[in-house]
Design a protein around this ligand. Structure first.
Ligand code: SF4
Length: 220
């Protein structure tokens, strides 16, 4: 574990040197939850288009919650899987209202992390990645979201083992991550996966991590 922690620290430092410190837009918890549900199985551009269409068509999350399901599905169509995501979003908004009496999840900030995780995961269709994104980016809690890029890149480098699933990797990466660096580390690994360590053909020749990467050492 200490070796892997040291590896994670070096990877984080090198990515910061290569890409700089990433910035992100902070949303309130409910908005981030909806945006993250929209992002499932699509790219950022389609997610953003669907999200802005939803915000233009409905003035509040209460209006989205109470809307004709077809109108929500129509608004979010650019995100794909609209027939699944629309009902999922409305059910999540209804669940929050039933549990809390209003559409606000800021109470999570006062909870221990494990309790906040369990509360979000009790919403149908909300898994570990969505949970970690909301807790990290809205409430500065120590959680590490693992998407397809983070799973692939961290596996190739050797921070997680070859048989570790993306769901299992959340806790492992969170434990390895330098303290307080979850946001920038997560975002820089995603960027590295998109720009250099591609799924089909990683561009190792221009990667700053070759000296520490298990995949590179095995294939060279
Ligand atoms: S050396 Fe190659 S496989 Fe390893 S992280 Fe860099 S691009 Fe990916």
């Amino acid at each position: 574990m200490d070796d892997k922690k040291a590896l994670a620290q070096v990877v984080h430092d090198e990515l910061l040197r290569y890409y700089g410190t990433p910035k992100w837009t902070r949303l309130d918890g409910v908005s981030e939850l909806v945006s993250t549900i929209l992002s499932q199985n699509t790219n950022d551009g389609n997610r953003d288009l669907a999200y802005s269409r939803l915000r233009v068509r409905f003035r509040t999350w209460e209006e989205v919650r109470d809307a004709d399901p077809e109108a929500v599905v129509d608004a979010i169509r650019p995100a794909g899987l609209a027939n699944q995501k629309g009902p999922r979003i409305q059910a999540a908004l209804s669940h929050i209202t039933q549990q809390r009496g209003k559409l606000n999840i800021d109470f999570l900030a006062e909870m221990p992390v494990a309790e906040a995780q369990a509360w979000l995961m009790s919403i149908n269709g909300v898994g570990p990645k969505t949970t970690a994104i909301v807790l990290l980016f809205c409430y500065d809690m120590p959680a590490f979201p693992v998407d397809t890029h983070v799973h692939r890149v961290s596996g190739r480098i050797g921070m997680i083992g070859p048989k570790v699933s993306a769901d299992e990797a959340h806790g492992i990466m969170n434990a390895l991550c330098p303290a307080g660096a979850q946001g920038p580390f997560h975002l820089n690994i995603i960027r590295h996966g998109r720009e250099v360590c591609h799924a089909r053909k990683p561009e190792c020749e221009r990667c700053p991590l070759t000296a520490w990467c298990a995949h590179f050492k095995l294939s060279n």
